[in-house]
Design a protein. Structure first.
Length: 456
């Protein structure tokens, strides 16, 4: 088997080998950065019709144009494969299964830089999109499209996910094809720091989801709730999503996350650019028993960690994943508030104390209702509105202490102002999308206008 192992890879021999991916990612505080991932839907500017990968207006062609015009590097899964990603200066542009276009930003110091990077990305898209009659929408669930309107992006893993995930959750295909998110990624300096950040962010997951609830439409009409995306995530593979119960232990460590991940089903492994289909086998079984003559390699473990979808994911960074994608006014708010939550010792300590007695059962119950009731959901003797106001206050203080100023002389709190206004009124972004919509003559055009991200 040694000859088949790619260069710079190695078999997993011991349990400690599984921990190395986290230990090797530890960074001193001076090197901590923020990475944002922002997804969006490309649609026809008049009809709202979804675009797919292929065709004159497809995202495959848009990737090609971005590479030609702006120096992005093309990325392929194997020789002769379709173009599925671009990279440049630490950032990447990738495609979700339903052709959602995602900017995964470079690791940056503060929220002003994150916002500037996203604006620059939209400005690059403008001269490509406008002649095609396309605009880009920021919200958590496609406001118009049906499942049947989509064709899967030609990425090996997505084909397997299309077949397997619907056996594990009735709304799994909706998650793949019709949802869109904004995420933020954070560094850690050691095991204790990583576990504290994961624990606090996990307990606050329904608060974050409620603050950023921004998908009130289903196939062209209001569906009666705040976030259809949050509803979808309640019915996706429970072995790889949710709140990761081991993280609720006071003394949880890397090993606890690894034990959870080991028992999650796999999708596939890659050897020489070819997919080896081992859907449903847990990584623990693959590590112990192998599959089809293949042994578990370090690269297989890294790939597997990337196929897990909890609300807060641990890998080489900590990913906060529970928010709907946002429109232009709040596009930078999620990276800002989570930076305030996790990168200031006083703020992290205050939020750790706030959530100390929150149980897995009560947070799980709150998560079940966020999609419908948003900030009105009760949790631990208060409402999510109350907790959101506290989180925003704590994060705001942290961002003030960080004192990173924009060209206009404003610190990172400027990215929270509109979110604070909404929370103070008990409103979500979804409420603003719905406001007065029943009184306009052309609701579809109005939805497009309200969710259009613009051009930076």
């Amino acid at each position: 088997m040694g000859a088949s192992i790619p260069p710079n890879d190695k078999p997993i021999e011991r349990f400690d080998d599984l921990l190395e991916v986290f230990r090797s990612a530890e960074k001193p505080r001076a090197e901590w950065r923020v990475g944002a991932e922002m997804e969006k839907f490309g649609v026809d500017e008049r009809s709202g019709e979804a675009i797919n990968y292929a065709g004159a207006r497809g995202v495959g062609g848009i990737l090609e144009e971005l590479a030609k015009r702006y120096g992005w590097n093309r990325e392929y899964e194997y020789d002769g494969a379709p173009l599925i990603a671009l990279t440049r200066d630490g950032a990447s542009i990738t495609l979700e299964p339903g052709s959602q276009l995602e900017l995964s930003g470079a690791p940056l110091v503060h929220a002003h830089q994150v916002c500037a990077e996203f604006s620059a990305h939209l400005r690059e898209l403008r001269p490509i999109s406008e002649p095609l009659g396309l605009v880009w929408l920021g919200l958590g669930f496609h406001p118009f499209a049906r499942r049947s309107d989509f064709f899967f992006v030609p990425k090996q893993r997505y084909g397997i996910m299309r077949e397997y995930l619907p056996t594990r959750g009735a709304l799994a295909l909706d998650m793949l094809l019709r949802t869109s998110t904004v995420q933020a990624n954070f560094d850690y300096d050691g095991e204790a720091d990583a576990m504290r950040k994961v624990r606090v962010a996990t307990k606050l997951a329904p608060v974050v989801t409620a603050m950023f609830a921004n998908s009130p439409f289903y196939e062209g009409k209001p569906f009666g709730g705040k976030s259809y995306r949050a509803k979808v995530w309640l019915d996706v593979d429970p072995d790889r999503s949710g709140l990761v119960p081991p993280m609720w232990k006071a003394d949880a460590g890397y090993a606890d996350y690894v034990e959870w991940a080991l028992d999650a089903p796999m999708f596939m492994v890659k050897r020489g650019g070819e997919k080896v289909h081992n859907t449903g086998q847990t990584f623990r079984a693959f590590w112990k028993d192998g599959f089809g003559g293949h042994r578990a390699l370090h690269s297989d473990w890294v790939t597997h960690l990337n196929t897990l979808f909890p609300e807060v994911r641990l890998k080489k960074t900590i990913e906060v994943r529970g928010a709907d994608a946002q429109g232009a006014a709040l596009a930078c708010a999620l990276p800002a508030v989570t930076t305030g939550m996790l990168y200031d010792d006083a703020a992290l300590g205050e939020l750790d104390e706030l959530t100390r007695d929150w149980t897995l059962a009560e947070v799980t119950e709150a998560r079940r209702h966020v999609w419908k009731d948003g900030l009105a959901v009760p949790l631990h003797g208060a409402t999510l509105k109350d907790h959101a106001a506290r989180v925003l206050s704590v994060a705001s203080g942290a961002l003030e202490r960080r004192h990173h100023l924009s060209a206009a002389g404003k610190d990172e709190r400027s990215h929270l102002a509109k979110l604070q206004e909404l929370v103070a009124q008990g409103l979500t972004p979804a409420d603003k999308l719905l406001e007065g919509l029943d009184k306009v003559a052309d609701a579809r055009a109005e939805i497009i206008a309200r969710t259009n991200l613009g051009w930076g």
